[in-house]
Ligand binder design. Structure first.
Ligand code: GAP
Length: 462
């Protein structure tokens, strides 16, 4: 069973060095978090698993790392300057600021309304100001002169860097349609909705891919294009299930209603997860048509096209975009992995049952005690494993407490060096160690000479 409430994960995340609330020293900073030593490993592992599935294991997708701060007209062409807005209203009593659409959707419980049917503040029932449209992009200034000419935006998505490099990639990599360009990096949105941990933050990391294909013969009935859209939805859903180990019963596909579609989309399906507060988006798979390449062609005055060798014509490709949230997925991995169950002695233990490929630490080397006789062999074993797997060495406190600590951070395997390993009272050691499995708590004896082979078998995909 996954964690039933978010507070449990928020507290474990801080206590064990996954995610810290940002700038607590200064009273905190809303909707902003720092990733600690284990959080940064978990994030890297999720990104790596995504990159492997989207780029390394496919021969039709290449990678990109485009500039964050780029020409402001990129965001005019993309439609973000004109349409990337949320409706915001302030409570006249408590002064809290709310997204009116979120109140109406019931995200803060059953919406309260006055006699005229107008929405009221979810906090104290106060009247709300008229909603104002608020652009979500952060503005910044390039250069030293602060005027409108020098405004630039922090990117609210990674996608536009891909579209404006489409022709560069085609030319430099000799790519033929269909093919994709993948990118994973930070994005920024001026989100005002508080709470829900790293679900919605001001800066967050995305994993996006734009898959370029031939335009359909019939624009109004693009059957093959929509079939490709469905293929990508299935591919991405399988990744959450099989690669990250998220239980299928807590994943679903939700197709957007027409009025919900983004300004660029001819169809979008969200991959959603059942969070403790209900279903929420993990990834949007959008059928973006030729909107973006067309828009950048128009705005720049230089049409972006692909030369089709077969028909000898320049065409504007259509696009399918699977756009995932890396940091949001990290929250899901933690929620999903969280388990409370009895240990081998029947006492309560907390275990993060990460799949080994995402676990921040793969192996812990634990001498049975701090005894000097054990240390040289334990250090030798540690030095042997460390270059291959992310490994921790820990010799403080009882072995039982150290197992609990490793369970709580999701380390799949613990390797224990004991007196049987090194020998005692004149009896020679067997130069073997105990390998303990996090989930089954089963322990097996393994010769040190064969240890790396055993670890390799038990840590698939690491
Ligand atoms: N290029 C398309 C795009 O950006 P999106 O649905 O707005 O689409 C994709 O974002 C994913 O990015 C979302 O499914 C979500 O996982 C993540 N995401 C979006 N805004 C976020 C935020 N403020 N904080 C954390 N993750 C966010």
């Amino acid at each position: 069973m996954p964690a039933k409430d978010l507070d449990t994960i928020v507290s474990l995340a801080k206590r064990r060095g996954f995610v810290f609330p940002a700038a607590e020293l200064y009273g905190g900073f809303a909707n902003t978090y720092d990733y600690g030593p284990l959080g940064v490993e978990l994030k890297r592992n999720i990104r790596e698993a995504w990159w492997r599935s989207m780029v390394r294991e496919r021969d039709d997708v290449v990678g990109l790392d485009a500039a964050l701060i780029t020409h402001p007209r990129v965001w005019v062409a993309s439609g973000h300057v004109a349409t990337f807005h949320d409706p915001l209203a302030d409570c006249k009593k408590c002064k809290m600021r709310w997204r009116v659409d979120h109140i109406a959707e019931g995200q803060y419980g059953e919406p309260k309304r006055n006699a005229a049917g107008e929405l009221l503040c979810p906090n104290d029932g106060g009247d709300l100001t008229e909603p104002r449209m608020f652009n979500l992009m952060f503005k910044t200034q390039v250069g030293t002169i602060a005027d409108d000419e020098n405004v630039a935006y922090l990117p609210p998505e990674t996608a536009q860097g891909i579209f404006i490099n489409f022709e560069n990639v085609v030319a430099s990599m000799r790519r033929k349609l269909p093919f994709g360009i993948a990118q994973s990096r930070v994005s920024f949105r001026n989100e005002i909705t508080p709470g829900k941990f790293i679900f919605r933050t001001l800066e967050f990391e995305q994993m996006e891919m734009e898959y370029f294909c031939f335009p359909p013969a019939d624009r109004d009935n693009p059957e093959e294009y929509l079939a490709l859209h469905r293929e990508w939805i299935d591919y991405r859903l399988a990744w959450y299930r099989d690669t990250l180990g998220i239980d299928a019963s807590r994943l679903r596909i939700r197709y957007h209603e027409k009025e919900e579609l983004s300004h660029y989309s001819a169809g979008t399906a969200d991959i959603e997860y059942l969070f403790p507060w209900g279903w929420g988006e993990l990834e949007g798979v959008a059928a973006r048509t030729d909107f973006d390449l067309g828009a950048h062609g128009k705005e720049s005055g230089k049409p972006i096209t692909y030369f089709d060798e077969d028909t000898k014509q320049h065409i504007v490709p259509w696009v399918i975009e699977p756009a995932a949230g890396l940091t949001r997925t990290l929250a899901v991995c933690m929620l999903e992995a969280y388990t409370e169950e009895p240990d081998e002695k029947g006492e309560d233990r907390v275990v993060l049952k990460f799949k080994p490929n995402v676990a921040p630490i793969k192996v812990a080397v634990l001498p049975l005690s701090k005894n000097e006789a054990l240390r040289p062999t334990a250090r030798r074993v540690y030095e042997m494993i460390r270059p291959v797997y992310m490994t921790q060495y820990d010799e403080t406190q009882s072995i039982g407490r150290r197992y609990r600590r490793q369970d709580e951070i999701g380390t799949p395997l613990c390797v224990t060096v004991d007196f049987q390993t090194v020998g005692e009272n004149g009896v020679a050691g067997d130069d073997a160690v105990t390998v303990r499995d996090r989930d089954s708590q089963e322990q097996i004896r393994v010769p040190i000479a064969n240890l790396l082979n055993v670890l390799r078998d038990r840590l698939p995909g690491c």
